[in-house]
Design a binder for this molecule. Structure first.
Ligand code: GDP
Ligand code: MG
Length: 164
């Protein structure tokens, strides 16, 4: 079986958009409603000469983030148990949130390597500034990326495939 890459993070940070960019079959996929991913789906993807599967995770959206976090955790945990590496996606336009910190605290207790993607960084220069505050999460280098435009994803994927 191909190695699995799990994409995790709060709703609306751009996980599904990012997965659509990584997956080979992106044109075939009906887009999720923004912020909502109903099922874990495994999609073929590749970078350089490495093939892998990418799994989107999500959760139901609740107004109160403290209610939704256990659900996202349950989904992400299931995906993480079988993943070779995880990409933790955060929102670089919104900045660091308490929800990000909670997820990071949990992720740091897992054995799977985690790469930190600071999404919605359309401008490379500004992206470095937007990404800087996410060092605080203790997950290593924050990679500024744009799932919509694709910038920064090459650097992240070069690092990703070293874990496959
Ligand atoms: P998910 O809930 O984490 O799966 O997030 P989605 O992929 O559904 O995206 C949530 C919202 O963020 C949508 O309105 C997207 O258009 C927007 N979005 C996703 N990626 C980017 C990005 O790279 N840049 C910007 N500016 N917006 C993005
Ligand atoms: Mg989604």
């Amino acid at each position: 079986a191909l190695p699995i890459v799990a994409i995790i993070g709060r709703p609306n940070v751009g996980k599904s958009t990012f997965v659509n960019r990584l997956a080979k079959d992106r044109q075939a996929i009906v887009h999720d409603e923004p912020g909502i991913t109903r099922d874990r789906t495994y999609r073929p993807a590749f970078w350089a000469d490495r093939d892998f599967q990418v799994v989107d995770t999500g959760g139901l959206v609740f107004d109160d983030e403290t209610e939704f976090l256990p659900l996202i955790r349950e989904q992400a945990m299931a995906a993480l148990t079988e993943a070779s590496v995880a990409i933790f996606v955060v929102d670089g336009q919104l900045g660091l949130t308490a929800g990000d910190s909670e997820i990071a605290d949990w992720l740091r207790q897992q054995e799977v390597p985690v790469l930190l993607a600071v999404n919605k960084c359309e401008s490379p220069d500004q992206g470095l500034i937007q990404a800087a505050e996410f060092w605080e999460l203790g997950l290593g280098e924050p990679y500024p990326v744009s799932g919509i435009h694709g910038n920064g994803t090459g650097e992240l994927l070069d690092e990703l495939i070293t874990y496959l």
